[in-house]
Design a protein around this ligand. Structure first.
Ligand SMILES: [Zn+2]
Length: 393
């Protein structure tokens, strides 16, 4: 706040200083700039006033100044930015719109004003206008990449995935590699289509996602889900097999689903598969899934023996919690076992979280895009306490 107050005073002073220091050329400009100093003086006093009506009047006067003398444009940009920083978006927009529409200004200056105007709209939450402003900015020489990057960010925020794909493809033409992002945008579209039971569209989007990034485990996982929806378990198994081959670290994410399909024909093979995935990854999610299924597919003692062995080989609070829950379930009247299960479950959830490798954001559930830094594929598919022990690394 103190800095902004300082800025409020400094900008008009610099504004005035910039004008007065150019006094050498004053005679040459005298006729064209007649009345500017008067506008400045009035504008400054009005701007420093707390009255919003007077501050609006100040903008009119400063606009008049730039109309008379385009060389003061840098100071106008500083003033526009000050308005935006103070949350006075309508004033910033008015000033920047005026500069954008001054046809006599050099293209470079109008492009800068357009970028500022787009930012005004973005910061004030007027996304439609921000989109339009960035589209116009993309038409200015040398500003296309920054405009398209900003548009891509807006479309992702608004979950306008088709537009995000189109924009990313335009950006790729400038040499940027966005195949990871494009593949995820298609996955988002496939998810939406699957939610509306449009399997054909969902399948098309998954194909496009895999075309952009053939090893995307998310797209392969979606292909498996669609195959299951269509009653084609063999196709689902093939898609999961591709994940295990191309991206083995992601196996824990699909292990439970795959085991369920395997168990329809061979329960022993399904249990062995879960044991193998756990042995490689140490994923407690896989351990939990394995123990729950073993209790049904085999019996409770088999599940308990596996949980005990898992805790011995890979000691962790999470594995201990799985064992405690199993004991509590086996004897519902044992209050101590129940309490121990509750406490260890709560504590292990606190430690077992996924972490973004880019910004360090911690999440309880796995996500393909980090909610903190918005990067794709920045969460490793193992929880923090498991990742150090996994045999993939
Ligand atoms: Zn992040």
């Amino acid at each position: 706040m103190e800095f902004e107050l300082w800025y409020l005073i400094a900008v008009p002073i610099l504004f005035a200083a910039g004008w007065w220091l150019r006094g050498v050329d004053f005679k040459q400009h005298k006729k064209a700039t007649e009345g500017i100093d008067e506008h400045y003086a009035k504008g400054l006093s009005l701007l420093l006033s707390d009255d919003p009506v007077k501050a609006d009047k100040a903008i009119d006067l400063f606009i008049e100044v730039v109309r008379l003398d385009p060389e003061t444009i840098e100071l106008h940009h500083a003033l526009g930015n000050l308005f935006r920083r103070r949350g006075q978006f309508d004033r910033a927009i008015r000033l920047h719109s005026f500069l954008v529409n001054r046809a006599e200004l050099p293209e470079k200056e109008r492009a800068l004003a357009m970028a500022e105007l787009a930012l005004d709209y973005l910061k004030s939450g007027m996304y439609d206008r921000a989109e339009s402003a960035y589209e116009q900015l993309a038409g200015f020489k040398g500003r296309e990449v920054e405009a398209l990057e900003a548009l891509m960010h807006i479309y992702c925020t608004e979950r306008e995935w088709k537009k995000a794909v189109e924009t990313a493809e335009r950006l790729q033409k400038s040499g940027k590699d966005l195949h990871v992002e494009i593949s995820h945008y298609y996955c988002e579209l496939a998810n939406l289509a699957r939610c509306t039971k449009d399997a054909a569209r969902a399948s098309e989007f998954v194909t496009s996602a895999l075309k952009a990034n053939p090893d995307n485990p998310r797209a392969l996982s979606l292909a498996a889900d669609l195959a299951l929806d269509a009653g084609k378990p063999q196709d689902a198994l093939a898609a999961w097999g591709q994940i295990e081959k191309a991206k083995p670290a992601y196996a824990p994410l699909i292990a439970a689903k795959k085991a369920d399909v395997m168990a329809e024909t061979d329960k022993a093979a399904a249990m062995k598969y879960l044991k193998d995935v756990f042995a490689q990854s140490g994923s407690v999610d896989v351990l939990t899934a394995a123990v729950a299924r073993m209790s049904v597919w085999a019996d409770a003692p088999t599940a308990a023996a596996f949980a005990g062995e898992a805790l011995k080989n890979r000691p962790s609070l999470s594995a201990f919690s799985v064992l405690c829950n199993l004991r509590a379930k086996a004897d519902p009247d044992d209050e101590q076992a129940k309490l121990l299960a509750e406490v260890t479950t709560k504590q292990s959830k606190h430690f077992a979280r996924y972490q973004c490798t880019h910004c360090g954001f911690l999440a309880h559930t796995f996500a393909w895009q980090c909610p903190g830094c918005e990067r794709w594929d920045s969460f490793p598919p193992l929880r923090v306490d498991e990742a150090k022990k996994a045999s993939y690394h």
